[in-house]
Design a binder for this molecule. Structure first.
Ligand code: AMP
Ligand code: GLY
Length: 438
C-alpha cells in the first residue's frame, strides 16, 4: 500500500514510525513532515492546508490510504474531498469533525444523547456572560468557540478575571462558552472509529501546564504517559458505554457517521465509591503528545487498523487488550525552545540540533518542531522541538529511560528545556487509592 501521511509534529513522527514498519507498506509519503522523519518516508513540499495539492498528489500516485494528523485539514473538509474522489482516507468528514471544531456543537450532541459533560452557556454579549457566570458560580471556565490550539480555555476562581477574559474573547470570536467546573483527574482516551464502532486505545495522561508541579500557562503538552494504572477495567467499560457508544450512535443518526480517531479529553470524578467519566472536550485527531506514548506500545500493525476505520470494517475487539504489549509502560518528555509557550526567542530559532544519540529498543526520539537548514542539518523550528519517549516494565522504569535520553540530548543542546516531573510517583496510584482519597 502507498500511504500519504499529513502533518509535521511529534504525533506524525510517531505515526510515521509505526506505518514505516508495516509489512503492507510499499511507499510512505509525508506532507510536509519534519527533519526527523527523513529516513521514514519521502517528504513532500505540500502544506497541510493545501487540500487541492494533496488531492492532486493522492490521485496521481494512487495512494491507498491517506492519514490525516492535524485538525486544520479536517476542519477544511479534506476527508469530504478525498471521499468524493474515491480515495480512502483516515479521518472524520468536516461535519463529523465539528465535534472538535465547534465546542457548542459538541455540547449540543452530548446533551441530546445524555453523555456526561458540564452544563454550559453560549454567550454573545456582556449580559449573557454575567448571567452565565452567576448561574454556574466559581471556579469559572471560559472557552472560545472554534479551534484555539489549546490556548482557548481559561479556568479561574476570580470573577473579575473571568469576566475580562470572556469579554476579550468575544472581540475575536462570535461566541464564548462558559461552563461548569469539573473536579477530578484528567484522562485522555482515544478511540479508533469506523462509523459504527469506537474501540478505545490504552488511556494516557498528558501534562498541559508549562512548568513543574503543574504551574505556569497551558501548552500544547509537556509530556505524557500510558497506560494509566488507575484506569480500571470498570472505568474503561463505563467510558465506552456512557461516552463512545452514544456519540457514535448520535453521529450516525445525524447522517454524519464518525470515522477516524475520536479523542475524548475526560475528567474522572471520584464519588460514591466509584470513578465516573465526564467529557471536557473532543478532538477529531490523535492527541499530541499522547500519540508518542500510545503508538510505541502497539504490538500489532497500525496500517490495517487505520484502513479498517476508513472502510468501516474495524474488527470487533477490545483494542486495549489485543493490540498492545502487556506490562510495558511509556513516558514521553517534551523538550521545548526558549520562550515557549510565550513569545519564542528568535535567536534560538534555526540553531542546529545536535542529535547523535544512540537509541535503544526502549527509547524513541520524535521530532516535533525541527526543520532542515541550508546545510541539511536538523534545526530548531517552533516551540515544542522534541518528544523523547522511554519504555519500561514499570512507569518509573519508563520514566528513567526517557529522562536518561533527555539528559543526553540536553547536554549537547543546552537551549532546550523540559519539565522534570512527568509521570512522577503521584501519577501511579491505583483506582482504589484514588477512590479512597476522594
Ligand atoms: P481544553 O483546551 O478544552 O482541553 O482545556 C484545557 C484545560 O482546561 C483542560 O485540560 C482542563 O485542565 C481545563 N478545563 C477545561 N474545561 C474544564 C472544566 N469544565 N472544568 C475543569 N477544568 C476544565
Ligand atoms: N494533548 C492534548 C491535545 O492533543 O489536544
Amino acid at each position: 500500500m502507498k500511504v500519504l501521511l499529513i502533518g509535521s509534529g511529534g504525533r506524525e513522527h510517531a505515526l510515521a514510525l509505526a506505518l514505516a514498519k508495516s509489512p503492507k507498506l510499499t511507499e510512505l509519503y509525508i506532507a510536509p513532515g519534519n527533519a526527523g522523519m527523513a529516513g521514514l518516508g519521502q517528504r513532500l513540499d505540500i502544506p497541510v492546508d493545501d487540500i487541492e495539492g494533496l488531492l492532486l498528489f493522492a490521485s496521481r500516485e494512487q495512494i491507498a490510504l491517506t492519514v490525516v494528523g492535524p485538525e486544520l485539514p479536517l476542519s477544511l473538509g479534506i476527508v469530504d474531498q478525498f471521499q468524493k474522489a474515491r480515495l480512502p482516507i483516515f479521518g472524520p468528514t468536516q461535519a463529523a469533525a465539528r465535534l472538535e471544531s465547534s465546542k457548542a456543537f459538541a455540547k449540543e450532541v452530548m446533551f441530546s444523547h445524555g453523555v456526561p459533560t458540564a452544563p454550559y452557556f453560549q454567550c454573545q454579549n456582556e449580559a449573557e456572560i454575567v448571567g452565565a457566570m452567576e448561574k454556574l458560580g466559581s471556579p469559572y471556565v471560559i472557552k472560545a468557540d472554534g479551534l484555539a490550539a489549546g490556548k482557548g480555555v481559561t479556568v479561574t476562581p476570580d470573577y473579575q478575571t473571568a469576566k475580562e477574559v470572556a469579554l476579550s474573547m468575544l472581540s475575536s470570536h462570535k461566541h464564548v462558552v462558559i461552563e461548569g467546573f469539573l473536579a477530578g483527574k484528567e484522562l485522555s482516551v482515544l478511540a479508533l472509529c469506523d462509523g459504527e464502532k469506537a474501540i478505545p486505545l490504552l488511556a494516557a495522561q498528558d501534562f498541559k501546564r508549562a512548568y513543574d508541579n503543574n504551574e505556569g500557562p497551558n501548552t500544547g503538552g509537556m509530556g505524557a504517559y500510558a497506560p494509566v494504572d488507575w484506569a480500571s477495567e470498570a472505568l474503561y467499560q463505563d467510558i465506552e458505554k456512557k461516552i463512545f457508544q452514544p456519540i457514535m450512535a448520535a453521529m450516525k443518526a445525524r447522517g454524519t457517521p464518525y470515522r477516524g480517531i475520536l479523542y475524548a479529553g475526560l475528567m474522572i470524578e471520584s464519588k460514591n465509591n466509584s470513578l465516573s467519566p465526564w467529557v471536557i472536550e473532543f478532538n477529531a485527531r490523535f492527541g499530541d503528545p499522547e500519540t508518542q506514548v500510545i503508538i510505541p506500545l502497539l504490538s500489532v500493525d497500525l496500517l490495517p487498523l487505520l484502513y479498517a476505520c476508513a472502510e468501516g470494517t474495524l474488527p470487533q475487539q477490545t483494542g486495549r487488550k489485543e493490540w498492545f504489549t502487556t506490562n510495558t509502560y511509556a513516558v514521553t518528555v517534551t523538550l521545548a525552545a526558549p520562550g515557549y509557550p510565550g513569545t519564542l526567542d528568535t535567536k534560538a530559532q534555526g540553531s542546529p540540533l545536535l542529535l547523535e544519540n544512540t537509541l535503544t529498543e526502549d527509547s524513541f526520539l520524535f521530532h516535533a518542531g525541527s526543520k532542515l537548514n541550508a546545510h541539511s542539518q536538523a534545526s530548531i523550528s517552533g516551540g515544542r522541538i522534541l518528544n523523547i519517549t522511554g519504555l519500561g516494565s514499570s512507569q518509573s522504569n519508563a520514566q528513567e529511560q526517557a529522562y536518561h535520553l533527555v539528559r543526553e540530548v540536553q547536554a549537547k543542546n543546552p537551549l532546550l528545556w523540559c519539565r522534570w516531573d512527568i509521570a512522577g510517583p503521584e501519577t501511579s496510584a491505583s483506582a482504589s487509592a484514588l477512590i479512597n482519597s476522594a
